[in-house]
Design a protein. Structure first.
Length: 292
């Protein structure tokens, strides 16, 4: 009898927790997860510069470095993060104290590079963090998750939670194969239906279009799905120059074609934003982490 009572109590607590989290799902904030099949394709570069592009459109932007093992968004954004997400979770600091302000109108929640603590979160800490993140994000128009590269469970959690997902790829065959693997995981687990592609580091627009066409052909054939081409970004040595300066590319090279393309992607996302489907799913983020 005691066991049944305990089971019922636990069930009621879980129901209340789920109700609380679901009630906090917001339709006002534009939430985007930026992911990639492999590293070195410019995912964080794209996340940071898109964030700055949104800020230039008079949007208040929060960038969350969701690469919990190899965080580096702070380098590209040019901010020195004194505190991290880990400090909020394990030291009880509030997110307002942890957030790093940039001079470009983008606020950053940075993760600790090389930390394994986030991979072993319990339900209490994870729920508390997500609740505070939802509450905190009400102050912003745009919430961007800069995910880790690959198909790790933590990446899938952020993809499932975000209503919009952007996958960054390059023309390299290994990148194309890894993007397909990521799309396959998304489809198999029914994580989201709103996925778009940015083809980065291309020699020509024709090459970028061909990569997107190849991925879509394979996705249609094996996954019965299509992926929208969000944009094509040319390769340029100036990208490394901006990173060395620790400044967003679109700030250093305002008139560059890359900057123009990134600004156009940001405008397109806002113009096509569907408030009815723009719902952050915090419970999926919690469940994903608890299953790591």
């Amino acid at each position: 009898m005691t066991n049944n009572h305990n089971d019922q109590a636990a069930s009621l607590r879980n129901m209340q927790k789920n109700k609380s989290l679901n009630s906090m799902s917001r339709q006002g904030v534009c939430c985007i997860a930026v992911a990639s099949g492999k590293g070195g394709v410019g995912k964080t570069f794209m996340s940071v510069n898109l964030a700055v592009a949104f800020a230039k459109l008079n949007k208040k932007v929060l960038l969350l470095d969701a690469d919990l093992g190899l965080a580096n968004a702070d380098i590209i954004l040019g901010v020195n993060s004194k505190w991290t997400i880990q400090d909020a979770i394990f030291k009880g600091m509030d997110l307002k104290s942890v957030v790093a302000k940039s001079e470009y109108g983008v606020d950053l929640l940075s993760a600790s590079s090389g930390s394994k603590e986030m991979m072993s979160l319990g339900s209490v800490r994870m729920n508390a963090f997500i609740k505070e993140l939802i509450d905190f994000s009400t102050e912003y128009d745009i919430l961007i998750f800069d995910c880790a590269a690959g198909i790790e469970a933590s990446v899938m959690s952020f993809i499932a939670a975000a209503p919009q997902n952007i996958i960054v790829a390059t023309p390299q065959p290994t990148s194309v194969m890894d993007v397909y693997a990521l799309l396959k995981m998304i489809k198999q687990d029914n994580l989201t239906s709103k996925v778009s592609l940015i083809i980065n580091q291309v020699d020509s627009d024709k090459q970028g279009a061909q990569v997107a066409e190849t991925l879509n052909k394979v996705a249609k054939l094996h996954l019965s799905s299509e992926v929208k081409l969000q944009g094509i970004i040319p390769i340029s040595k100036d990208v490394r120059s901006a990173i060395r300066q620790r400044k967003p590319f679109i700030e250093v090279y305002k008139d560059h074609i890359i900057s123009e393309r990134i600004r156009n992607i940001a405008k397109s996302i806002l113009q096509n934003q569907d408030s009815k489907s723009n719902k952050f799913e915090p419970q999926k983020l919690v469940d994903g982490f608890l299953n790591l």
